[in-house]
Structures are given as structure tokens and as C-alpha cells.
Ligand binder design. Structure first.
Ligand SMILES: [Zn+2]
Length: 161
């Protein structure tokens, strides 16, 4: 939602693509509502590990399969130097956490405030399952409490609390 709101504030049409049904794309960018897709976007919130070359290669494959001219990969953390080297010279843009913050900083205060109000509206302290796009539930296991997907056992996504 944050990245979608960022592109909209930058003047593009950013459509969310339903989680889990797309080969890893989160957003499609267009200049006009019925125009051609100008870029596909994937977003990750990896903090413990940097994003390596494998997901970047996969996004590059999806970009070709979808006939999109460009692809952007946002990650709240970092990318490995191998990932950066692969993207270099290709129509692949890697945006790390710092890059995302500077894009947000470049917006007018009013637009940035509107984005923060939107993404923190409602229940933003309960994570959403990235595969199923539904709010997760607090569960207790052998090692204490964790966030689990509502669709368990079909979906085994969990997050640490
Ligand atoms: Zn799930």
C-alpha cells in the first residue's frame, strides 16, 4: 500500500495485483488508466536478510513474460552486491529502505502526510499474510506466540511477534 501510494503521489496509476496469483508482482504501473503497463513492481519487507540475486532474476523473467518494459523491486532492507550487479545495465530498478525514504522525502509535506494517514488507517499492527492477503491471527506454539495465517493448514505463513 505504501509503494502504491508513493507511485500515485508521483502521478502514475498503480494497480495492486492480488497476492499469490501473479508470479510475484505486487503492482502494475501505467501512465493512463487504460494505457500499457510501463513497469511491474515487486515489494518485500526483508529486514533480517538482504535480497539476493535469485528474486531479482525471477522478477526479470516475469518482466519479459508480461512484456513490461521495466521492473522495480522495493525492499525495506538491503540488496546483495550480486543482486545490484545483475540489475546494473538492465531496466531493473532496485530500491532499498533508504531509497524508499528519500522518495517519500521528495514529496510535498501534504502528500506525504496523506500517505502516512492512509497506510496507518485501521488495524495496521496486525500483519497481513503476503500469500493470502488476509489479516493474520495470534497463535501460541511450542516456542511462544507467533502470527499465523487464517488459512492454516492450507497456508503455513508465520511471522515472529
Ligand atoms: Zn496465508
Amino acid at each position: 500500500m505504501l509503494v502504491q501510494a508513493l507511485f500515485q503521489a508521483e502521478g502514475l496509476i498503480a494497480s495492486r495485483i492480488r497476492a499469490g496469483a501473479d508470479g510475484g508482482i505486487d503492482l502494475a504501473l501505467r501512465e493512463t488508466p487504460h494505457g500499457a503497463v510501463i513497469a511491474i513492481v515487486q515489494c518485500k519487507a526483508w529486514k533480517a536478510y538482504p535480497v539476493g540475486v535469485k528474486p531479482i532474476r525471477e522478477l526479470f523473467g516475469v518482466m519479459h513474460a508480461e512484456n513490461a518494459p521495466r521492473a522495480c523491486f522495493f525492499n525495506s532492507g538491503h540488496f546483495t552486491s550480486e543482486a545490484r550487479a545483475f540489475a546494473n545495465g538492465k531496466p531493473l530498478e532496485l530500491i532499498d529502505g533508504k531509497g524508499l525514504l528519500s522518495r517519500l522525502d521528495a514529496l510535498e509535506d501534504g502528500r506525504r502526510d496523506a500517505i502516512f494517514a492512509k497506510i496507518t488507517a485501521g488495524d495496521h499492527t496486525t500483519p497481513t499474510c503476503p500469500s493470502c492477503d488476509v489479516k493474520m491471527v495470534r497463535r501460541t506454539g511450542r516456542n511462544g506466540e507467533f502470527w499465523g495465517c487464517r488459512s492454516y493448514p492450507r497456508c503455513k505463513q508465520t511471522f515472529r511477534i
